[in-house]
Design a protein around this ligand. Structure first.
Ligand SMILES: [Zn+2]
Length: 302
C-alpha cells in the first residue's frame, strides 16, 4: 500500500529526527529484511534523505546508502530515547510513524513484525513489515543509480512531459492504460491507489487500451497523477497523525481525498452513480461506470 506520496511523507517526517545523527548499532531481527553488512552501517552518520520512486534512500557519511523498500506493509517508526520502551500517545512530540497504517504506530516496539532496528544515540528507528515483502539494502552510495530497482525507474510524474507518457502509451498500445501506469519503468511511483484516482480524474476507464487514448486524455491522466499525489503528500499521507484521530480512534487518510479507491458500492461524488470494483491489470480496480465509460473498442478484459 505505501506508494510515492507515503514514501515522500516518510522522508520528510523522518528527516528532523535522524539527519546528522549517528547509528550506534543496527539490530537485524529478520535476515530477509536486511541485505548487506551490518558493519557498513554501525557507527555511520545519516547525512541525507532522498527518494527515488517508492524507494527511500538514507545516505551515510561512510560512503554507503540504506535503500529502504516498504512494499505492501512496511513501516518506519521513530521513537525518541525516553519513549523507546513504552506505549506512547499521539500527542508526544519525539516520535514519528508512517508507511502502512496499523496499530504498530502507537503500540509497544519491537514486536513480532519488527525486522530491523536502527539504534541511534537518542532514539530508535524501527522497520516493521507484517508481510515481509519490504527490505533494507545496504549498498555503496556510488552504486545506487545502478541498482536494478533504481536504474529501471521511469521519470517522476512531475518531471514528465505529457508527450513522453503518450509515447509510452503508443509503445504499449495493446496494454490496458492501468497496466502502463503501474509499470514503474514507464512512470515512477504510481501504485494501485493513484492509478485508479488518476484515471477517474481523467474520466478514462482503466481497461482502455493505451494505444486508443488521445494525447489530451494522456495529458489529463498525468495532470491527475501530479495533482492527487501532491495533495496526498501535503495531507501527510498515512502517518500516525492522520491514522490516529485526536480522540484516539483510527481512520484512513484515504477517506480525505479518494474519489473511487475503496469506495465500491458508494455514490460517485461527481455524478451519483454507484462506484464499482472490477479487476484490471491483475489488480482490484475502482471505477465510476458513468464518469469512466468503457470504450466499445480498444479494451482488454483482465
Ligand atoms: Zn461518476
Amino acid at each position: 500500500m505505501p506508494e510515492l506520496p507515503e514514501v515522500e511523507t516518510v522522508k520528510r517526517g523522518l528527516k528532523p529526527f535522524i539527519l546528522n545523527k549517528k547509528i550506534v548499532q543496527v539490530e537485524v531481527k529478520s535476515d530477509k529484511g536486511f541485505q548487506g553488512a551490518e558493519a557498513d552501517v554501525n557507527e555511520a552518520r545519516a547525512i541525507g534523505l532522498r527518494r527515488r520512486g517508492k524507494a527511500l534512500l538514507i545516505d551515510l557519511d561512510n560512503g554507503f546508502t540504506l535503500m529502504i523498500h516498504l512494499r505492501m506493509t512496511g513501516q518506519l517508526i521513530w521513537r525518541g530515547a525516553s519513549l523507546s520502551e513504552q506505549t506512547v500517545s499521539v500527542e508526544t512530540e519525539n516520535q514519528f510513524a508512517a508507511g502502512h497504517p496499523s496499530k504498530n504506530f502507537t503500540s509497544e516496539l519491537p514486536n513480532s513484525q519488527t525486522r530491523v532496528i536502527f539504534v541511534f544515540s537518542d532514539g530508535k528507528l524501527f522497520f516493521n513489515d507484517q508481510r515481509k515483502f519490504g527490505f533494507v539494502k545496504v549498498l555503496p552510495t556510488t552504486e545506487v543509480e545502478l541498482d536494478k530497482f533504481i536504474a529501471q525507474l521511469g521519470k517522476e510524474p512531475w518531471e514528465m512531459q505529457p508527450g513522453e507518457l503518450f509515447e509510452k502509451c503508443r509503445r504499449h498500445a495493446r496494454a490496458p492504460i492501468k497496466a502502463v501506469l503501474l509499470d514503474q519503468k514507464n512512470i515512477a511511483g504510481l501504485g494501485n491507489i493513484y492509478a485508479d484516482e488518476s484515471l477517474f480524474y481523467a474520466g478514462v476507464h482503466p481497461a482502455t487500451m493505451a494505444g486508443a487514448l488521445t494525447e489530451e486524455q494522456v495529458a489529463k491522466i498525468l495532470e491527475g497523477a501530479c495533482k492527487i499525489m501532491t495533495a496526498a503528500i501535503e495531507s501527510g499521507g498515512s502517518t500516525m497523525a492522520t491514522y490516529v484521530r485526536p480522540d484516539g480512534t483510527t481512520g484512513d487518510y484515504l477517506e480525505k481525498f479518494a474519489q473511487v479507491f475503496r469506495r465500491e458500492g458508494k455514490k460517485c461524488y461527481k455524478c451519483g452513480s454507484v462506484i464499482e470494483k472490477t479487476r484490471c491489470a491483475g489488480r482490484g480496480t475502482h471505477v465510476c461506470p458513468t464518469c469512466q465509460k468503457m470504450p466499445s473498442e480498444g479494451t482488454e478484459r483482465a
